[in-house]
Design a protein. Structure first.
Length: 691
């Protein structure tokens, strides 16, 4: 391929980055939709064809194997040449370890333990020490060890800095875990990079070999690197200094995985002569959508922000829908989907939400209307493990002969099953006592005393009356429904929630799913009705899935990174949902939430619909909501308001020029009145932190 053909359609900034001179590091700041994949691929093609670099001398690193495969395929189409060294950090590290790991005691035939293997191994170790997996949660311990390895901390080094009971427990288990891995001739994913760094640091001849092997290092999504990946980059880039990284500070959304966008800032310190290129022309979205994204991200002050622009100046304004209730929000989205389906394919539309638990109401609404959908990057709500577990607990409570439910619960532990069966019998006997029935009326079970007495008398006359028929809904809307009350009782009796660590990202997501199930249960008067609805919805979802391979997309914002859609519905834009409640008191986490919002907005090509509700059923209780701060950060000039009362917007946006202060933390006594003021929306987070 001629150079002219290779460069067709590229803009000036892209061409300048691709033709960056050799021997000097380069950092390409590539905004959303700015064509970074083409720039990275064309850079490789440029090196191969114009500088005649041999394919094996180029190292191309991406964060997914899919991304690397796509780039290699593009390269094959462009110049007919592949790259033998293309893949993730972990894949490249594994190849190096298998070739030279024996120099640091790693057998070339090592096994890589996946997450399930690690969990099983850690559970075994904890039990062998006589510890309780309820108090010493294997997943939390593994998460701490992973963080330590990402920071290149050995067991001995971690033990020296461990503080507090949890870290001291981790310090005790970390060396045992490593020894057990070695006994199994195994490594985990974090070991791959950590051990390669050890190999390169301790064996100069091997380090020199790979430094000359990889004359050119190209790395995608550099804002997602962790400390270990950054150190590995530094070890490999010398002496040629042909480092070419692509990234975007504003799309750094994986801090909870250990990713640190500050590595891009550190490059300027470690490589003072590094040249920075900015790709700010967007080829995806209309200008109103870009203005909305820029308005939100401009409030972040800890990192550079690109000024996105497009030649596509035309386009509809951002649609903002204010709903009185969450059900109104769902109805509005369904109405818009129906309208747009006349012009767009369903698979060119997406519903984005902050947490996976939010998918349920949209799944059910789409099923009810016969609209096919695809749940991307996740599992259907009722197919999620924790939901299936709890549904089986409910089924066994109602139907003692349910063999499948019994088997699933038995997998949680035979002792747990036996205890649960005993508890069920105790509860049924208790509820058949008139004194208890009357007592439960006053305790909020929602059974009217007169109706309860009638049920009891009916039971005495006809012993075949179902126990479940006693559990009926109250006419008093302020009292919890029977289904929710019994569900909570079962969760408490089985201690099911104790297996989850709310500080663990995955466990926190599972807890949110369970809370969403409570919201569903709050709408039913009895357990059989709840179970029947769940079964019907799940069967309908399965039928639809089998009938159609396409449909409207449902996914979390995290899962949407790297994707684009003509129509985007960004739902649940309320404080506590988006931004998430875990970020409200931490400015650094709030900035990541804002970057996440930026990512969500920039998925839209033609239409962006943002919605929020003033009242929402959350965790089984209807409560008032506060509109997300991110909405007020969108310029009013690009917004069309629909639905409820007007909401104040900023009239324009500008990037703050002040130096960001250090993150503010405040220790608050539980009886501090400012807590109520903050939760009720009377004061904002900055005022609260400074109170």
């Amino acid at each position: 391929m001629q150079t002219e053909e290779m460069f067709i359609g590229l803009n000036e900034a892209q061409l300048e980055a691709i033709q960056h001179p050799l021997g000097v590091p380069a950092m390409v700041l590539a905004g959303a939709g700015s064509g970074k994949t083409r720039v990275l691929t064309t850079r490789a093609a440029y090196l191969l064809t114009q500088h005649h670099v041999r394919p094996e001398r180029i190292l191309l690193v991406t964060f997914t194997n899919k991304a690397s495969a796509e780039m290699v395929e593009r390269l094959q189409r462009m110049v007919g040449i592949g790259l033998p060294f293309a893949g993730t950090f972990h894949r490249i590290a594994a190849r190096i370890l298998r070739a030279h790991g024996r120099y640091i005691g790693v057998d070339p035939g090592f096994t890589i333990f996946d997450e399930d293997d690690q969990l099983s191994l850690m559970t075994t170790i904890i039990k062998e020490l006589g510890l309780s997996t309820k108090e010493t949660k294997p997943r939390s311990i593994l998460g701490a060890i992973s963080s330590a390895k990402n920071e290149l901390l050995t067991p001995a080094e971690y033990a020296q800095i461990a503080k507090g009971r949890f870290q001291e427990t981790v310090a005790r288990l970390y060396p045992l875990y490593q020894k057990r891995l070695e006994r199994n001739n195994a490594v985990d994913f974090d070991d791959l990079i950590m051990k390669v760094i050890e190999l390169l640091q301790t064996h100069e001849e091997i380090r020199s070999h790979y430094q000359h092997q990889f004359e050119h290092i190209l790395i995608d999504e550099y804002q997602d690197t962790n400390t270990a990946q950054y150190i590995l980059t530094k070890l490999l880039v010398k002496p040629q200094m042909n480092l070419f990284v692509v990234g975007d500070f504003s799309q750094a959304i994986y801090g909870w995985r250990g990713a640190d966008y500050r590595n891009m800032l550190a490059l300027k310190d470690d490589f003072p002569d590094i040249v920075t290129y900015k790709l700010e022309q967007n080829y995806r979205s209309t200008q109103p959508i870009l203005d909305a994204a820029s308005g939100v991200i401009s409030y972040n002050t800890s990192h550079p922000v690109l000024e996105l622009w497009t030649q596509n100046q035309e386009g509809e304004q951002v649609h903002l829908f204010e709903a009185a209730r969450d059900s109104d929000e769902v109805e509005h989205v369904m109405k818009m989907i129906t309208m747009y389906s006349r012009e767009y394919e369903l698979n060119d539309m997406v519903i984005l939400y902050r947490t996976n638990a939010q998918s349920r109401v949209f799944e059910e609404a789409l099923l009810a209307r016969g609209i096919p959908y695809r749940l991307v990057g996740g599992v259907r709500f009722y197919e999620r493990k924790e939901i299936k577990d709890i549904v089986c607990l409910l089924r066994l409570f109602v139907y003692a002969s349910d063999e499948l439910a019994r088997k699933r619960i038995e997998k949680l532990g035979k002792k747990k099953l036996a205890n649960y069966l005993n508890w069920i019998e105790m509860q049924k006997n208790t509820f058949l006592s008139s004194r208890t029935l009357k007592h439960e009326v006053h305790e909020g079970y929602g059974i009217q005393e007169k109706e309860a007495q009638e049920k009891l008398e009916s039971k005495e006359k006809d012993p075949k009356v179902d126990f479940d028929s006693i559990m009926e809904i109250s006419s008093n809307p302020n009292e919890p429904t029977s289904a929710l009350t019994l569900l909570d009782a079962i969760l408490q009796a089985t201690a099911y929630l104790e297996q989850f660590d709310p500080h663990d990202e995955e466990d926190a997501s599972r807890l949110e799913n369970i809370q969403e199930l409570r919201s569903l249960a709050a709408q039913f008067s009895d357990i059989p009705s709840l179970l029947e609805t769940i079964a019907l919805v799940e069967q309908e979802a399965l039928n639809r899935e089998q009938q159609s391979s396409s449909g409207i997309n449902l996914m979390s914002v995290h899962a949407a990174k790297g994707l684009e859609f003509s129509i985007v519905f960004l739902v649940g834009m309320e404080e506590g949902l988006f931004p998430h409640s875990r970020s409200l008191l931490d400015k650094l986490q709030m900035e990541e939430e804002r970057r996440l919002c930026y990512v969500a907005i920039t998925r839209a090509k033609k239409q962006l619909h943002i919605s929020y509700a003033h009242r929402r059923l959350v965790f089984g209780t209807v409560s008032g909501s506060i509109v997300s701060r991110f909405i007020s950060e969108i310029p009013s000039s690009v917004v069309t308001k629909e639905g409820g009362v007007q909401f104040p917007f900023t009239s324009s946006f500008s990037r703050p020029s002040v130096v960001p202060p250090k993150p503010t933390r405040r220790i608050v006594p539980l009886d501090d009145p400012s807590i109520d003021d903050f939760l009720e929306g009377n004061i904002d987070v900055d005022t609260f932190l400074g109170a």
